[in-house]
Design a protein around this ligand. Structure first.
Ligand code: FAD
Length: 483
């Protein structure tokens, strides 16, 4: 495989092959596992709870909990097939090398990862293994197409989505691989159980309703989605109250499902299927942006906006975080995320636009807040989404297009059901006022039990004024950036 990320040493020797699971917590369509079995070797499955990830830059109880439970489910799946999952805690360059030596492995196989931390980690692990004469090989499995496979005529990675997608669609995905029936493991493999949550950092997930972890649950979600939701996806996906999207993002993030298999299941004609495939392409797109331009984790892709005059008002930030901005569509979305560990895509766009444009708060602050709550929190997709919404990214919406939260609410939640679901204090507000409750006459406010300023806040900024200020600030940054 191309990439030059880590030492590649494809299966030399005759000893067992370690399959080190990371964001590929599945047995179906797992190229590394299939390759190890095809080589006719014993397989030693391993998962490492890596403290740098658990306590590092993006710690998140919901994600840690979902991961830990999915690891547990993977262990059960492996046991049913004759093997088991060895579990270790610590620095991968130490524990992977120790484990590989312990089972007498000749090679370690992984599913290739593209994030900056993962690439550095894999280089260190490959070097530690090489020091013991053990090989290391990274197989595909996290994306539909490898970043090196989708490049322009000049051999460059794309930074604009449409040409990227055209090229992506022309490439044939690899075949979907079946789950192995049995997995022969070394006789003395010491398996384990995932450590307690508090040993991993968080003591409990913060969201109340996280989807069931594990590959089997994810596969049931995929089956239900293909049977019931997919065909109407193009129409339903932007209606906030409809639950018209797949809700597979945590499964794709943790690799409970392979994107190649999800794509294959979404094959065929119809606008719903085509639109859904295009969303899977966005996932590959942002991952290859992070791969080719790792600097996006520290700065805007578009250097013109590196010195934007953000206001960063702490009171505004608190109101946004707590869902108290006075704009119902924004507040409902923020509360949805805290409750579910998930937010609808349209709502992510609206809330990110509001924070960066209306409140002129640096996008990285919002990016971090999302990462603290989302079970699907994904460095590439989240950073890409935030930079897009803030108009500072690769393929960003132009800064002069600023979402009007009232109109967005009226368009994407016309009956106000989404707002009422997440903001019970607005439950009895008539639909004509639901997205601008501050326009309710005072007697209506009293009648429906929603007095503005007492039961629900007045808008913390006025839309037209905030828009003018944002246009001014962004224009100045763009002008300076051009000089
Ligand atoms: C500010 C912002 C932050 C975001 N943060 C994340 C994140 O941390 N993790 C994440 O997975 N997605 C993120 N997204 C993308 C998108 O909002 C979620 O993937 C989607 O809401 C997940 O719900 P779903 O599975 O029902 O999506 P569906 O609409 O059913 O889409 C199917 C799959 O396609 C992928 N996908 C869809 N849209 C995008 C996109 N714009 N970029 C990349 N992949 C996409 C996801 O894997 C998703 O599960 C973000 C978007 C924005 C605007």
């Amino acid at each position: 495989m191309a990439g030059g990320d880590a030492q590649h040493d494809d299966g030399r020797g005759t000893g067992p092959i370690v399959i080190w699971f990371r964001r590929d917590l599945r047995l179906h369509d797992h190229p590394a596992l299939t390759a190890a079995l095809a080589a006719g070797r014993l397989v030693a499955p391993l998962f490492v709870f890596d403290e740098a990830l658990l306590r590092g830059r993006w710690p998140a109880p919901n994600r840690v909990w979902f991961m830990r439970e999915s690891v547990r489910a993977l262990g059960e799946g492996l046991r049913e097939r004759g093997g088991g999952l060895a579990i270790r805690v610590g620095q991968p360059e130490v524990v992977v090398a120790e484990f590989a030596a312990e089972v007498g492995a000749s090679t370690v196989y992984v599913t290739r990862d593209y994030a900056p931390y993962a690439r550095g980690r894999d280089r260190r692990v490959a070097a530690a293994l090489a020091g013991r004469g053990i090989g290391f090989a990274a197989k595909r499995g996290l994306l539909v197409h490898e970043p090196e496979g989708i490049v322009s005529a000049e051999g460059q990675g794309y930074t604009v989505f449409s040409p990227y997608r055209r090229c992506w669609e022309l490439r044939r995905p690899r075949a979907v691989l079946p789950a192995p029936g049995t997995i022969p493991t070394p006789p003395r493999l010491r398996v384990g159980t995932p450590p307690a949550l508090d040993a991993l950092g968080p003591t409990a997930p913060t969201a109340r309703e996280i989807p069931e972890p594990g590959e089997a649950a994810a596969r049931s979600r995929l089956d239900a989605w293909v049977a019931d939701g997919l065909a109407d996806y193009d129409e339903a996906r932007d209606q906030l109250a409809d639950d018209g999207t797949s809700r597979l993002s945590q499964d794709l993030h943790w690799g409970l499902l392979s994107p190649v298999e999800v794509l294959a299941r979404a094959g065929g004609g119809g606008a719903g299927r085509a639109t859904f495939r295009s969303e899977l392409c966005w996932r590959d797109f942002y991952t290859q942006i992070l791969f080719h331009h790792p600097r996006v984790t520290r700065e805007p892709f578009n250097a013109a906006y590196a010195r934007l005059d953000w206001r960063n008002d702490p009171d505004h930030l608190t109101a946004w975080r707590e869902g108290r901005t006075g704009y119902p569509i924004v507040d409902a979305a923020m509360r949805q995320m805290v409750t579910l560990g998930w937010m609808h895509n349209r709502a992510r766009m609206i809330t990110a636009s509001f924070l960066t444009k209306h409140l002129l708060t640096h996008y990285a602050v919002g990016e971090e807040h999302f990462m603290a709550h989302l079970t699907d929190g994904d460095l590439a997709a989240n950073n890409g989404g935030w930079q897009w919404a803030a108009s500072v990214g690769t393929d960003a919406q132009p800064y002069f297009r600023i979402f009007n939260p009232t109109l967005q609410g009226q368009r994407h939640d016309p009956a106000g059901d989404y707002v009422r679901r997440w903001l019970p204090e607005l439950a009895r507000v008539p639909t004509r006022y639901i997205h601008e409750p501050w326009t309710m006459p005072e007697e209506v406010q009293r009648e429906v039990g929603c007095v503005i300023g007492a039961d629900y806040p007045a808008p913390i900024v006025e839309h037209a004024e905030a828009r003018r200020l944002a246009l001014d600030v962004f224009k100045r940054a763009a002008d300076v950036g051009r000089e």
